[in-house]
Design a protein. Structure first.
Length: 645
């Protein structure tokens, strides 16, 4: 709404000791003022507004993340735009709309206009703007602090979260593939882009409405999923959910054992009476991370008949990331409460996003009228389970629904929820043509089974065996941009093709991690040379890397060395790898440029370069990779020499 960014516009700093105690006192004072406002009925009533925040990625001409946010803000000169955590992201804030008449078509028109404005400005300076939950081309190398927006708040937050955890953040997500890695800052969060919808609710109905949002989170996520890929791995249908929770997880192993709540989460229980229960729980369970200049006495402000800002409480609320967040705001001098739905990813199109928003708002309105207390019909644990099932499986999820019904996501949406959403939108006077348009978009998406997540995975599968992972990732982004430009919903999209990333854009294998082989055949130094000989014959490989049990690179055995040994001494059943391997081995890191790696291979006349990250063997670059890169570079050179290109 009008104040969705206020917690990001204040100067902040890490604080400890005396400052922390003062900040907690300020929060408690704000909480008492909030309780007084609720008791005295000071909140705006009978008004339904809906607002939105849309995040997007910026890429360069090769569809890699581009740290261009500050350049873009300068070019756009529009207060609707602001930064996000990463320099390769922008956020668009839509104007709040009263939930009535053509509110959703107005939302779409404004957001589409702002997105188109972004694309035009980006193209003029050599960039693209993409609506995707996770950009397929993003890599760990993009997540350094040099790509963080230079904001005191972000830097303070990163330091505070890392200090509270006491170690690097550990990411572990398993889907069709498995991804495990560690990172030293909250920049992993910048892999995510979301479409956040705010719905204003009456204070005395907040508990019922918030619980509804929790119940609806699973079904909504199943149809909105758009983030199945990260670092080339096929993970959850909506990988954002697992990634965000782990990327700012301040809990140590001990706190995990104590069932402490994560800073990003679904919550622990339904709300019984009021919004204050959420704020109390957040204060009790999560230490404050950053500071704010709180220059008001909120209770004195109330005594003067004015509206307090509640800065400390709102700032702390902005560092606890519930998927449905409780928000306090002020519009035209009147305080209000709203629910911020943070479940939905960015994309695939503005129309798809607005369809998701209309679906959710219609359900929120109608269920509030037909179910006095939704918690009597579905346990909290089942609502939470549905949410994570949807995050993992998308439209393939099965839900435990109201009154004990077990039902698939498509049947639940088509047979149960779409009619409810339609009734809710009609109840609020939404234009019939808008109801049919947006719910029709969502219905076709479900009937075709083509969510953004499924489109990405099906497109990736259709390119199987045709090129490197880097080529495919670039093609996915290029195809997404081309289809978004048509404004057609994802249910109408044809699969991505490899040739949609032009040859002039497919060249930049800028780093080894984009082309290295990660499916490694390795041995230990106590293994036999006979084993190495067989591995080389079975897998038709010329080099076998030697590592220890901690995956530290120890050496390399070449086919030439093995054959020479066998010729001179036989098969060597009792000879160990350690006696034969070469211990002085050239290696590179995943972030070594591909051209530097090629130059290293040529200069030292080696056919294999191990790739080592933080002391661990993570991949290998071979002559086969070398030839592929050389071919791409030759194609690029010929393309650049052709007149008219």
């Amino acid at each position: 709404m009008a104040d969705t960014r206020e917690h990001k516009q204040v100067e902040t700093s890490v604080h400890t000791g005396k400052d922390r105690r003062a900040f907690v006192r300020a929060m408690l004072s704000d909480l008492r003022a909030l309780e007084q406002m609720l008791a005295e009925g000071r909140f705006e009533r009978g008004v339904r507004r809906v607002g939105s925040e849309l995040e997007m990625f910026l890429t360069d001409g090769a569809y890699q993340p581009a740290p261009a946010a500050l350049k873009m803000l300068e070019a756009l000169k529009d207060p609707h735009f602001t930064t996000e955590l990463g320099l390769f992201q922008l956020e668009v804030n839509g104007d709040p709309q009263h939930l009535e008449g053509d509110s959703f078509s107005r939302m779409e028109k404004q957001l589409q206009g702002l997105v188109d404005k972004t694309r035009v400005a980006a193209e003029q300076i050599g960039y693209h703007a993409a609506l995707m939950g996770i950009l397929p081309t993003i890599r760990k190398a993009h997540l350094g602090l040099d790509n963080m927006v230079p904001s005191p708040r972000y830097l303070a937050l990163s330091k505070a979260v890392h200090a509270l955890r006491g170690s690097d953040f550990e990411i572990s997500i398993k889907g069709q593939d498995e991804l495990v890695f560690a990172h030293d800052s909250v920049m992993v969060e910048a892999c995510n882009s979301s479409f956040q919808v705010h719905l204003q609710v009456d204070a005395d109905a907040f508990a019922r409405q918030y619980n509804l949002a929790q119940v609806l989170a699973g079904p909504l996520l199943s149809v909105a999923a758009n983030s199945p890929l990260l670092f080339g791995k096929r993970l959850w249908a909506e990988t954002r959910i697992a990634l965000f929770q782990q990327s700012v997880d301040t809990r140590s192993e001990t706190l995990h054992r104590r069932d402490a709540s994560p800073r990003v989460g679904f919550g622990t229980r339904y709300v019984k009476e009021s919004i204050t229960e959420i704020f109390r729980e957040d204060i009790a369970r999560h230490r404050t991370l950053v500071n704010v200049d709180y220059d008001e006495d909120p209770e004195a402000v109330l005594d003067r008949g004015e509206v307090p800002q509640l800065k400390a409480l709102r700032l702390h609320n902005g560092t606890v990331y519930r998927w449905n967040r409780a928000c306090y705001g002020i519009i035209d001098g009147k305080p209000h409460l709203r629910i911020e739905n943070r479940v939905m990813p960015a994309g695939p199109t503005v129309a798809d996003q607005v369809a998701n928003a209309a679906f959710w708002c219609g359900l929120m309105v109608e269920f509030a009228q037909t179910h006095e207390d939704i918690t009597r019909h579905l346990d909290f644990d089942h609502a939470q389970g549905n949410f994570f099932a949807a995050a993992r499986e998308g439209l393939g999820a099965s839900f435990h629904w109201l009154d004990g019904e077990d039902i698939s996501a498509p049947r639940l949406v088509l047979d149960r929820l779409l009619p409810v959403a339609e009734a809710g939108l009609r109840r609020h006077g939404i234009l019939e043509q808008d109801i049919q348009r947006y719910l029709g978009i969502l219905e076709k998406r479900v009937r075709t089974g083509r969510t953004g997540a499924r489109w990405l995975l099906q497109s990736l599968h259709s390119m199987k065996g045709q090129a490197t992972a880097g080529d495919k990732q670039q093609a996915l982004v290029a195809a997404t941009l081309a289809r978004q430009a048509t404004h057609e919903p994802v249910s109408e999209w044809a699969p991505a093709r490899l040739d949609e990333a032009p040859s002039s854009a497919r060249h930049p294998y800028m780093h080894v991690e984009q082309v290295m082989t990660t499916d490694l055949v390795t041995v230990h130094e106590e293994d036999s040379v006979e084993l190495v000989l067989n591995l080389m014959n079975w897998d038709k490989i010329r080099y076998v890397l030697v590592e220890d049990r901690a995956h530290k690179l120890l050496g390399i055995v070449s086919q030439r060395a093995v054959l020479r040994f066998v010729k001179e001494r036989g098969e060597g059943r009792d000879t160990t790898v350690g006696e034969l391997m070469k211990r002085e081995v050239l290696s590179v890191t995943p972030r070594t440029t591909s051209l530097d790696a090629i130059a290293l291979m040529r200069r030292h006349k080696v056919g294999c370069l191990p790739v080592v990250d933080n002391g661990e063997l993570v991949g290998v670059l071979t002559e086969e990779n070398f030839l592929r890169i050389a071919g791409e570079l030759l194609e690029l050179h010929l393309h650049q020499q052709t007149p008219g290109t």
